[in-house]
Design a binder for this molecule. Structure first.
Ligand code: SF4
Ligand code: SF4
Length: 157
């Protein structure tokens, strides 16, 4: 079984087509510009050849996420709370600057959540989190169920 596969960032692609000629399996030559994972053997030749750095090699399976120390989780929670408070304050203010502050705080909050390990879709803790949302009052459980169906589990045991 291959350990990694190629993914093309279409925004960076300058369409010089080197990857099309170098790929031994034709996985890069698709109608929709998305590399065909089913044909990729993970050799990495396309990523090495791409002049614009638009191809990345992505691991098929990820190691299990490590437990976070309680002190780290507490610090992340504090920071997250502060960012969401700042986002709420900015949301109540007029003007473009307030809107920019609102959005930047939202992005930082998302980054903090991701750093805490809850937004890596392959991880078991995301699945646990979504399962808990299914039981959570007021949360649309069908959405959580749909996300669980869509997210493939590829964390190595
Ligand atoms: S080699 Fe890189 S820049 Fe050229 S077509 Fe392929 S992905 Fe795009
Ligand atoms: S990693 Fe190898 S097989 Fe996969 S798309 Fe790139 S060149 Fe083709």
């Amino acid at each position: 079984m291959i350990k990694k596969f190629a993914v093309r960032n279409i925004r960076l692609c300058t369409k010089d087509c080197l990857c099309l000629y170098i790929c031994p399996t034709g996985a890069t030559d698709t109608e929709n510009s998305i590399i065909d994972v089913s044909r990729c053997i993970g050799c990495g030749d396309c990523a090495d050849a791409c002049p614009s750095g638009s191809i990345s090699m992505v691991p098929v399976g990820y190691p299990p996420q490590q437990e976070k120390a309680e002190s780290v989780v507490n610090a992340l929670n504090l920071l997250l709370r502060s960012k969401t408070e700042q986002e709420s304050i900015a949301a109540g203010l007029p003007g473009k600057l307030a809107l920019a502050i609102e959005r930047s705080n939202q992005i930082m909050a998302e980054d903090i959540i991701r750093e805490a390990g809850y937004m890596l879709p392959q991880s078991e803790n995301v699945r646990d989190f979504l399962k808990s949302l299914q039981q959570s009052e007021g949360f649309p459980s069908d959405k959580a169920r749909r996300l669980l169906e869509l997210l493939s589990e590829n964390e190595e045991k």
